[in-house]
Design a protein around this ligand. Structure first.
Ligand code: 6PG
Length: 249
């Protein structure tokens, strides 16, 4: 496994708080340096508590949220008000409480009928908002937040799915047979251009996946999270003791 920082905390609360504090640090640095901060939010359940910490005064007041652009790492094929929507979870726990303007929020429209078109459109939005040429040279997010499934998937990069092999596009529609679904996801190559990538993983159910990804042999088709190692960026794992219980380190 390429270079990464591993932070282990007693439980989910401490882990989510630490990730929220690190989010604030990276956001402040980016805004000070270039006047903006572009982040791709993670879906699933784990990040909700982290997002709630960000809305609490002690952290909320440290960031000029008007300078933050919100993207997603992946999205399910459901409308924005659906219980399974990653967009809805972030709206409820982070964006609405912070009063973020719609002009700063870029939803992945995985509920569109033509999901390949939706993926291309999202890539165009990223290119436009990250202010880079059509070739996208150098275009990158400041931070990508990721979770980890117990099958070692991350974003919607599931084992043995086509998106794992994508080397050109930044966003793709990825068929996930085990879920009998198609999801939109950022690709490994685009995630790996980010300045920072945070994995936030808690709970006993993830222990084997964490152990295999970080300390097992390299097998990216079976362990997609092993594809994530930002070329020039920082990779940081925020893990609680339960999820890290299988690690030798
Ligand atoms: C999603 C996420 C996915 C998630 C993991 C962990 O859309 O589901 O992007 O990659 O991070 O499945 O999910 P939990 O946090 O719910 O365990």
């Amino acid at each position: 496994m390429k270079k990464y920082t591993l932070n282990v905390f007693p439980g989910p609360e401490e882990t989510c708080l630490a990730a929220a504090e690190a989010f604030v640090d990276v956001a402040r640095q980016a805004i000070t340096r270039k006047g903006s901060f572009a982040v791709a939010l993670s879906g699933g359940h784990t990040p909700r508590r982290m997002y709630e910490f960000l809305t609490q005064e002690s952290l909320r007041l440290q960031v000029d949220w008007s300078k933050v652009l919100f993207f997603w790492g992946d999205e399910r094929p459901v409308p924005p008000n659906h219980a399974e929507s990653n967009y809805r979870m972030a709206q409820e726990s982070l964006l609405t409480p912070l009063g973020i303007s719609e002009t700063q929020i870029f939803r992945m429209e995985a509920d569109q009928l033509d999901k390949n078109l939706a993926a291309q459109q999202y890539q165009n939005v990223l290119m436009e908002k990250l202010g880079k040429t059509a070739g996208g040279d150098g275009a990158a997010l400041d931070l990508v937040l990721l979770g980890l499934g117990d099958d070692a998937h991350t974003a919607s990069l599931f084992p043995a799915t086509p998106a794992l092999l994508e080397t050109i596009r930044w966003v793709v529609c990825n068929p996930v047979l085990k879920l009998e679904s198609e999801r939109l996801t950022l690709t490994p190559m685009f995630i790996n251009r980010s300045a920072h990538v945070f994995f936030l993983v808690t709970g006993e159910s993830k222990a084997n996946a964490v152990k295999e990804v970080l300390e097992g042999s390299i097998d990216t088709q079976r362990l997609p999270a092993q594809l994530i190692h930002p070329a020039d960026g920082k990779l940081v794992w925020f893990v609680d003791e339960a999820a890290g219980s299988g690690l030798k380190r």
